[in-house]
Design a protein around this ligand. Structure first.
Ligand code: ATP
Ligand code: MG
Length: 243
């Protein structure tokens, strides 16, 4: 479904990606892990067209989409929920959701999509006419995800959806990700909470310094980490991915 090949990206003189390659098959939930600054967000930004890569290719549903405009990529069925929620605080919940639906302008379809978001996120119905900035952190995260879902993505990319949320809300967000996957949405999930992400992922990649250092199943990653801790005396557990 998504094939990223040898992606290079930079911010001015700072090179962030040095040849990232990864694949996501239809129906999969793939985790992209790595420490701060590894290049996770840069990878998602490059795929979604927010950042134009220096080199490499991104193919989605059979077409090359490298360097296309973000709107065109969303229209094709690939949506990103960026890090830090990024909702419009001065616009109402309704207006935020309408913005996500720009490609589905048909009235019937818009109503149908709204009802679907209300079923997933009842709080958004309650707060429909309130400014997004007045929602709590967890509610804003729900709004950000709902907004992305309004474009009916075939592939949803989530950049640290659990960041800064209370444990109860983290549980809710992870349950929601599983629900979306079970409904047939393909997901590429970036998470600092590696342990939780690996519980639900079919496969995982680990990024380090702008390069993929590991790819495989959660079980394979677990055994490699155990080996690493044996050889290098690293910490046990999956919370800290240091391979
Ligand atoms: N806007 C920017 N301008 C300059 N450098 C940037 C910018 N954004 C990221 N970088 C740099 O690019 C590299 C990769 O950053 P990126 O945001 O992709 O990391 P990340 O894996 O998402 O980290 P985190 O877990 O902290 O979100 C880092 O070295 C970072 O300092
Ligand atoms: Mg990031």
């Amino acid at each position: 479904m998504l094939t990223v090949n040898d992606l290079h990206a930079s911010y001015g003189a700072i090179k962030a990606l040095h040849g990232v390659s990864l694949e996501v098959e239809e129906g999969e939930l793939v985790a992209l892990l790595g420490t701060n600054g590894a290049g996770k967000s840069t990878t998602l930004k490059s795929i979604s067209g927010v950042l134009r890569p220096l080199a490499g290719t991104v193919r989605f549903l059979g077409d090359e989409i490298t360097g296309r405009k973000p709107e065109a990529i969303v229209k094709k069925g690939l949506s990103l929920v960026p890090e830090g929620r990024d909702i419009f605080g001065s616009l109402t919940v309704a207006e935020n959701l309408r913005l996500g639906a720009f490609s589905s302008y048909e009235r019937n379809r818009y109503q149908e999509d709204l009802e679907e978001q209300f079923a997933l996120f009842p709080i958004l119905k309650e707060r429909f006419n309130q400014p997004g900035g007045q929602l709590s952190g967890g509610e804003q995260q729900q709004l950000a995800i709902a907004r992305a879902l309004m474009s009916r993505p075939k592939l949803l990319m989530l950049d640290e959806p659990s960041l800064g949320l209370s444990p109860a809300l983290v549980d809710q967000i992870f349950a929601l990700i599983e629900t979306l996957r079970d409904r047939g949405t393909t997901i590429l999930l970036v998470e600092q909470n590696a342990e939780r992400a690996l519980e639900i992922a079919d496969r995982a990649y680990v990024l380090k310094n702008g390069l993929i250092k590991f790819s495989g199943t959660p079980q394979q990653l677990e055994s490699e980490l155990d080996l690493a801790s044996v050889y290098f005396g690293g910490e046990e557990g999956m919370g800290e991915v240091t391979v």
